[in-house]
Design a protein around this ligand. Structure first.
Ligand code: ADP
Ligand code: F6P
Length: 329
């Protein structure tokens, strides 16, 4: 039972952000609240994702509560990771809270895990849910982009441009580790935009000995500085730097960008994406489309079953990876 049309009117919508925060989540919150008011519905915020759902952290969200947040990173509703929600007991407590607060439906903004949770609420407990993709990782199938990806890429790119100044000035090799627990979307985008000499992603096997040999050949030709972008899911930047230094004998440094990439003001692209998807999620809910997620394909809003996320896995474009490799020669 999924993506089925519901019968009951949705008057009181609970809204939460869950999992890793992503720049643009606040823009989505603003759009959900104001679009719901436009439809004659009201929005109740749930603080700290599924944890707050279980513990009953609800707060009314009138139009004024979302003023002045479209430009802010993080999430005003706060977020959390909540292992307890994966259990039958945790979900039962959450559903009891939703009934007590007379909630008709739940909109969840989050990544793969959070949207699995939304799917379970609908499938197992018949709680009407709609998901909005919010994750810097951009690994959710069904949507070209997730909220936060563009900002994270631009933040990482800014850092890489600065690191290149030092790499060039000191004839050094730099290994820059970017986020991406299981996927290389950030690494690939940033590597291509930053002109990296090598990009390491979890999806494609690599050998540091081969990269080291290429660098040695390049240095003999007179190329003195290199940037290697590595997704955290592929390898640890520090380990790659140690290997490359041992093979090449050239000074090699590692920089781990870490949570720098998750914060900060959302880019225009993320604000627009979050605003359009936030409004679309409310539209889907008032139309009685539950167990679904909203996404963007070819700049058009789409609505599809939540299970698409795991039935159609999203993978990096290997032709883009190959292009980056060719251009780095
Ligand atoms: P993200 O949503 O950013 O991928 P997580 O994977 O940590 O982040 O998931 C966020 C939360 O979603 C988890 O802490 C848990 O409460 C809930 N969740 C994750 N996976 C599932 C699942 N398979 N079933 C139910 N809830 C889940
Ligand atoms: O899923 C988003 C993400 O930033 C991943 O890229 C990263 O591996 C993970 O979250 C880090 O999570 P935490 O902030 O809980 O350490």
């Amino acid at each position: 039972m999924s993506a089925r049309k519901g019968k009951q009117p949705v008057k009181r919508i609970a809204l939460m952000t869950s999992g890793g925060d992503a720049p643009g989540m606040n823009a989505a919150i603003r759009a959900v609240v104001r679009r719901a008011i436009h439809h004659g519905s009201e929005v109740v915020g749930v603080r700290r994702g599924y944890l707050g759902l279980i513990e009953g952290e609800f707060e009314p969200l009138p139009a004024t509560a979302v003023s002045g947040i479209i430009n802010r990173g993080g999430t005003i509703l706060l977020t959390a990771r909540c292992p307890e929600f994966k259990t039958e007991e945790g979900q039962g407590d959450a559903v009891a809270q939703l009934r007590q607060h007379q909630i008709d439906g739940v909109i969840v903004v989050g990544g793969d895990g959070s949207l699995h949770g939304a799917h379970e609420l609908w499938q197992k407990w018949q709680v009407p849910t709609v998901g909005i993709p919010g994750s810097i990782d951009n690994d959710l199938a069904g949507t070209d982009f997730s909220i936060g990806f563009d900002t994270a890429v631009n933040t990482a790119l800014d850092a890489i441009d600065k690191i290149r100044d030092t790499a060039v000035s000191h004839d050094r090799i730099f290994v820059v580790e970017v986020m991406g627990r299981d996927v290389g979307f950030i690494a690939l985008e940033v590597g291509l935009a930053g002109g990296a000499e090598a990009i390491l992603v979890p999806e494609i096997p690599f050998e540091t000995t081969r990269i080291g040999s290429t660098i040695k050949r390049g240095r003999r030709r007179g190329k003195t500085s290199y940037i290697i972008v590595v997704a955290e899911g592929a390898a640890r930047g520090i380990a790659v730097a140690a290997d490359i230094e041992a093979i090449t004998g050239a000074e090699t440094r590692a920089t781990v960008l870490g949570h720098l990439q998750r914060g900060g003001a959302p880019t225009a692209a993320d604000r627009v994406l979050a605003t359009r998807l936030g409004a679309a999620a409310v539209d889907a809910m008032v139309e009685g489309r539950f167990g679904v997620m909203v996404g963007m394909q070819a700049n058009q809003v789409v609505v599809f079953p939540l299970e698409t996320i795991w039935t159609q896995r999203k993978t990096i474009d290997t032709s883009v990876y190959e292009l980056a490799h060719v251009l780095a020669a």
